[in-house]
Design a binder for this molecule. Structure first.
Ligand SMILES: *Cc1c(COP(=O)(O)O)cnc(C)c1O
Length: 391
């Protein structure tokens, strides 16, 4: 079989060679516990600090504002539950605002807060997947402790007006958290420019290793930890540091910062080529999400009269890796909560397909993908009960 084609970079990415090289010593010779006083410990402490600096630089933060976690999921949990916990205990505030299109790593902690007696408002989105600032304005009350709105959506790639949303939240005395797992390293992100209080990142979405991420916590802001123990990470996240993972994440951030402009131009160019070709060559297809406020690598389509899951299986048989949406919810076989919130009909949701690109993809791969996709869509439509409508 020909080389496989990977078009699922929003789910995960391979570890870059330079990242792996940087990690290797910390799996073997450089094994010291950063909490140890001897030279072994000092060496890994230095490595963790260098990584912290690189992560901070990617998002324009200070080194002291970065807390390492086990990934984007833990960073989101720490932000939401840590900030809400502190607000309830110290300020008596028990209201949280988020949106219907957040990743489960934000939605599930919010549901847990509801079980703990908080009230949570879920904001709707437009048909393109954008949160409307006026909806946030209306939802804020004196009791609102925290607003959590993602920077860019993992399914449809829509980028939110974070700066404006943050300003509105602050105007009502609420903190602002953004899940920037899909944004940091792919579009320019500056915590100072956005004004956010908390921001989540993950390593494995930007060619770093899995199982490591970070939460930006604005200097001076207090939140409660979720994991208690030896007091690592300035008491905010106990547990011996994942040194090789953190070192790899730091290198991945450094590379992402260095390559950002080239990445954006190259990947969005290839994505636009893919979108144009799909819409031209495959009838009854539609691009979902926003055309302007969109992640460079994201293409999300509906193919009417086709089941997206069948499409993925057929593409996989042809060596092409795609997704219907979030990698985490697909296995649960539930229709996308993001597309539902965008007002999609059952048919529009079922026929959806996400293709997310990377700088490693080539024009030849896109040509082959559209060729296969076109044939597979035709084949599936011929079997569909809506046959007469779309063939
Ligand atoms: C992948 C992802 C997460 C989870 O990050 P992990 O490091 O895999 O735990 C959270 N939010 C968004 C938007 C994501 O895409």
């Amino acid at each position: 079989m020909a080389e496989r084609i990977y078009l699922d970079s929003a789910a995960s990415t391979p570890v870059a060679d330079d990242v792996m090289q940087e990690m290797l010593p910390y799996l073997k010779q450089q094994f010291g516990n950063p909490s140890s006083i001897h030279s072994f410990g000092r060496e890994t402490t230095r490595a963790v600090q260098q990584a912290r600096k690189r992560v901070a630089e990617l998002v324009g933060a200070k080194t002291s504002e970065i807390t390492f976690t086990s990934g984007g999921t833990e960073a989101d949990n720490l932000a939401v539950k840590g900030a809400a916990g502190y607000a309830k205990d110290r300020l008596g505030k028990t209201h949280v605002i988020t949106s219907y299109i957040e990743h489960d790593a934000v939605l599930e902690p919010c549901r847990d807060l509801e079980r703990l007696g908080y009230s949570v408002t879920y904001l709707p989105v437009t048909a393109k997947g954008e949160v409307r600032p006026e909806d946030l304005q209306k939802a804020l009350t004196e009791d609102t402790a925290l607003v959590s709105i993602m920077h860019a959506n993992n399914e449809v790639g829509t980028i939110q007006p974070v700066k404006e949303l943050c300003r509105i939240a602050h105007g009502a005395g609420a903190l602002f958290h953004t899940d920037a797992v899909q944004a940091a390293g792919k579009i320019s992100v500056s915590v100072k420019d956005l004004g956010v209080d908390l921001l989540s990142m993950s390593s494995h979405k930007i060619n770093g290793p899995k199982g490591v991420g970070a939460l930006y916590v604005r200097d001076g802001l207090e939140i409660f930890p979720l994991i208690h123990g030896g007091g690592q990470e300035s008491e905010l996240r106990s547990g011996t540091e994942n040194v090789p993972g953190i070192v790899g994440f730091g290198k991945a951030c450094e590379l992402a910062a260095k390559n950002l402009a080239v990445y954006q131009k190259q990947v969005s160019g290839l994505r636009d080529y893919l979108v144009d070709k799909v819409l031209k060559e495959i009838p009854h297809s539609r691009l979902n999400g926003s055309s302007d406020n969109r992640l460079p690598a994201n293409a999300h389509f509906t193919f009417f009269g086709v089941n997206g899951e069948d499409l993925i299986i057929k593409l996989d048989e042809n060596g092409i890796a795609a997704s219907t949406g979030s990698a985490c919810s697909v296995k649960k076989q539930k229709p996308s909560h993001v597309l539902k919130a965008m007002g999609f009909s059952y048919e529009e949701i079922t026929g959806s397909l996400r293709l997310t690109l990377s700088a490693q993809n080539t024009k030849e791969e896109i040509d082959r993908t559209v060729y296969v996709l076109s044939n597979v869509v035709k084949e599936l439509r011929a079997l569909s009960p809506f046959k007469s409508k779309y063939v």
